[in-house]
Design a protein around this ligand. Structure first.
Ligand SMILES: NC(=[NH2+])NCCC[C@H](N)C(=O)O
Length: 335
């Protein structure tokens, strides 16, 4: 297999992996088991043997126990609809993740983070943004592939689940709440992204307040309506044209795929991408030569999916789909 040269990585075959066994950005257990399931399905072997990566991984799936407080009551925010859930836990854990991905990215490696729920992106996007900007002088764009916009502020969130909020903190639309300034108080300016450097693909379950945020900040978004209208090929042309030649952080929530392809996830929404459309997004990002980091999140092997899906198969299929997305972003091609 011939490999695509990288515009931002000194040696594109050096891969740093961070395995994040974390689920407290939302309420369902099981999403913390995803890294183990992905590794057991052979992901690392596929990346090293088939795609020739040298993997830098500490051999652990991190549970971050040492930074999780013994008590973490819901945080009521003035004017908020619902209190923030597990606020200090998610803040402390994402701070650790941020340091881990920073170290990998500062060493010039491509960084793959296996989640975990999507709250972990507060850590991955911040750490990558800081390291890549320092190392290359260019701020990365974030391509967020998801059924959901994950940009609720703590004031407008209807659930209080932080996996629906990471982009609000990362874009500075929300900052450390005055009720507890320690919560995400560690985020520095160098960690944060310009909302104009964010592009969504696959949206189809966007809260009312989030729609307002996207409109008011002119955030680029390709919903499933756009995929239906233009086809994934034209959508990716538009995405890549928007991103230009900047470094790319791809944050892929498996729930962007239709539940037919990825049933084992905490907040499935029908009418999503096919597996091939998801793979195609990843192939296009790889072909740009600009990928510097990828997250794969929200695979929940404990959820079996719709009853019509044969018991056990849902989880297996979702894990297989996750492995396929990662391989495509990291250079697997059909021919
Ligand atoms: N990463 C996810 N699966 N996010 C789902 C978010 C759902 C909803 N918008 C919320 O804020 O609670």
């Amino acid at each position: 297999m011939t490999s695509t040269p990288s515009n931002y990585l000194p040696d594109p075959k050096q891969l740093g992996i961070v395995a994040v066994g974390f689920s407290l950005g939302q309420g369902k257990i099981g999403v913390d088991a995803a890294p183990k399931a992905l590794i057991e399905a052979g992901l690392f072997t596929q990346l090293s043997d088939d795609l020739d990566f040298t993997i830098h991984h500490d051999g652990k799936v991190h549970d971050y126990c040492s930074v999780i407080p013994s008590s973490d009551p819901p945080l009521h925010i003035a004017g908020g609809k619902a209190p923030m859930l597990n606020p200090r836990t998610v803040s402390n854990v994402t701070r650790e993740i941020s340091k881990q991905v920073y170290t990998q990215a500062a060493a010039g490696r491509l960084v793959l983070t296996l989640g975990g729920d999507h709250s972990i992106a507060v850590g991955t996007v911040s750490g990558i943004h800081k390291a890549v900007t320092e190392r290359t002088g260019q701020e990365p764009y974030v391509i967020w592939v998801d059924a959901h916009a994950d940009i609720n502020t703590p004031i407008v969130s209807g659930s209080g689940n932080i996996h629906g909020m990471p982009l609000a903190f990362l874009t500075n639309l929300a900052s450390a709440p005055k009720e507890d300034p320690e919560v995400f108080g560690w985020l520095e300016n160098t960690h944060k992204i310009d909302p104009k450097k964010l592009v969504y693909i696959g949206l189809r379950d966007v809260d009312k307040a989030e729609k307002k945020i996207l409109r008011e900040h002119g955030i680029k978004a390709f919903s499933m309506h756009d995929v239906d209208r233009w086809g994934i090929g034209r959508v990716m042309d538009m995405v890549m044209e928007y991103v230009g030649n900047a470094p790319i952080h791809l944050s892929f929530d498996v729930d962007a795929l239709d539940p037919l392809w990825a049933p084992s996830t905490g907040t499935p929404v029908r009418g999503g991408l096919t597996l091939r459309e998801g793979d195609f997004i990843c192939e296009c990002v790889h072909a740009s030569g600009n990928l510097v980091a990828m997250d794969l999140v929200e695979v929940n092997p404990h959820i079996e999916g719709e009853p019509q899906i044969v018991q056990g198969l849902g989880a297996q299929e979702t894990v297989r789909a996750g492995c396929s997305l990662v391989r495509c972003a990291l250079g697997e091609s059909l021919l």
